[in-house]
Write a protein that binds this ligand. Sequence first.
Ligand code: FES
Length: 652
Amino acid sequence: SDDALVIFTPSGKRGHFPLGTPVLSAARQLGVDLDSVCGGRGICSKCQISPGYGEFPKHGVTVAEDALTEWNAVEERYKSKRGMLDGRRLGCQARIMGDVVIDVPPESQVHKQVIRKSAAERVIAMDPATRLLYVEVAEPDMHEPTGDFERLAIALRDQWQVEDVAADLAILRRLQPTLRKGEWKVTVALHKGNHDSRPRILDLWPGFHDGAILGLAVDLGSTTIAAHLCDLRDGRVLASGGVMNPQIRFGEDLMSRVSYVMMNAGGDVEMTRVVREALDGLAQSIAAEAGADPASIYETVVVCNPVMHHLLLGIDPVELGQAPFALATSGSLSLDARDLDLKSVNPAARVYMLPCIAGHVGADAAAVALSEQPGQSEEMVLIVDVGTNAEILLGNKSRVLACSSPTGPAFEGAQISSGQRAAPGAIERVEIDPVTKEPRFRVIGSDLWSDDPGFAAATERLGITGICGSGIIEAVAEMRMAGLVDQGGLIGGPDQTGTARCIAEGRTHAYVLHDGSADGGPRILVTQGDIRAIQLAKSALYAGARLLMDEMGIDHVDRVTLAGAFGAHISPKHAMVLGMIPDAPLDKVTSAGNAAGTGARIALCNVGARDQIEATVHHIHKVETAIEPRFQEHFVNANAIPHAVDGFPSLA
Ligand code: FES
């Protein structure tokens, strides 16, 4: 017969094709995900496939040795110059001559799956907004006068089905020399566009180009700005990092920053300037850490709470400080990076901001919803994203509620006497022996505990510099379990507690977690003020969660997910001992790391996820903690450790 059966794995897609059809065309026609940057010209090698030969009883075919055409000159040349794994062929060159089973290896798929690290490991399907496309443009013709750009647009339409492409002046100015240098062959970095923006050429190179296309996923918090640098070709995280939000000097929490704007003319302009500078600096430092050029960052996704959102955009946040808490816009935004003064990223780079849910519940909560998918859950799940402002989501398949709660910066190590950002040298894990009252701890940057042999040598270079958010949560919970702190949060003196580590500090007491004299570092104390700050923070968090439970009409949850941008994962047991979260079976309390940051990464790597969250936010019902009288009542009861009224049977 003059056609052949082609079966693609792993997709299982199959179809009959005329003999002589290139494998790439068959894949295209069946909708099989097979990559190509050069459009089938044998230049990019992205289309590599592995044909299988012999008997395939599962598929009911026998594949003959000559099911594909022999190697042609293009394949031979590619193999000798660049090398190819055994058994691989170029899908655009090999043609179908008989029934065949063809495997598409993961690296040849555009929509590669990237495992994201989290409590519940899930995969991100790659479908980034920006990708490289190689095109061959018609040469100019005096008899048919058209511009070089118009002919490039036609080539993109005919060769890549890109309609109505746009390019900035900066690109137009480089177009003519680039086209001529590449002899009418160029590679463009193309941004897909979306419902409110046209596809856009962000960059171009003569000939075939296979350089880095990077993206930055940013979780812009009130205290900490955290970011991941990702390779948009395969989703790999190249580097992660964070800096303190420099707006802290204008006010530690959101409402004090809004007050600063109300009381100081131009205060918002100043806060906009410093946060943009910090973001730009972070892009530079993360790129440097990855050994990459920040100019290869073509896309940035930002998630943040509404006040951070407005201040980053240069919108006065005053309306967010008073009922009815109206946002200037709650929709997602697609912007030019230069509109946000991001100077070190590529000059044509784009910025995508996730939609806000409402007044106090921002794009960071939307990102948590995107990462943790409460609306898909059978069980009633409570998700708390711990930060200076906590994002709290409660729900299951039938209904999802959200609120935010002003916990203050204590959980991020701010307002804590020895507190610091989660960085190497910070204490992140703490245990206190209930009998001897002696502590042991671990610092970020070392796997050893402080009583392990070799700890001093291992931490000599790092130093033991302070205590981060997860460390202070564990320290206070351990102090409570060891009887160093009572239910009201008062630290006992040496006589009551039986340990000389409880020292007098003014009229109160403090616990010496680490006496830095031996290593020449600072003395790290947990003071009465620290305990008070943690009590305020955890009461606000708990009260927010309880408010959502009241609204849902439930008195217990099936599952709790703890998330936070800071430090190591929060310990579920310590969070419950402290009374940060309502009771739940301990094996149902998991830690998801930086869920908002993960949500940003998902939106960076997959444009479909952007559409999904834009649709989902409309179904999340927001509860306003600021005007809810029961919030205060819950808050007061939650001040005790773990709680004045509510029980924690799961801890017994
Ligand atoms: Fe580029 Fe085959 S598609 S080499």
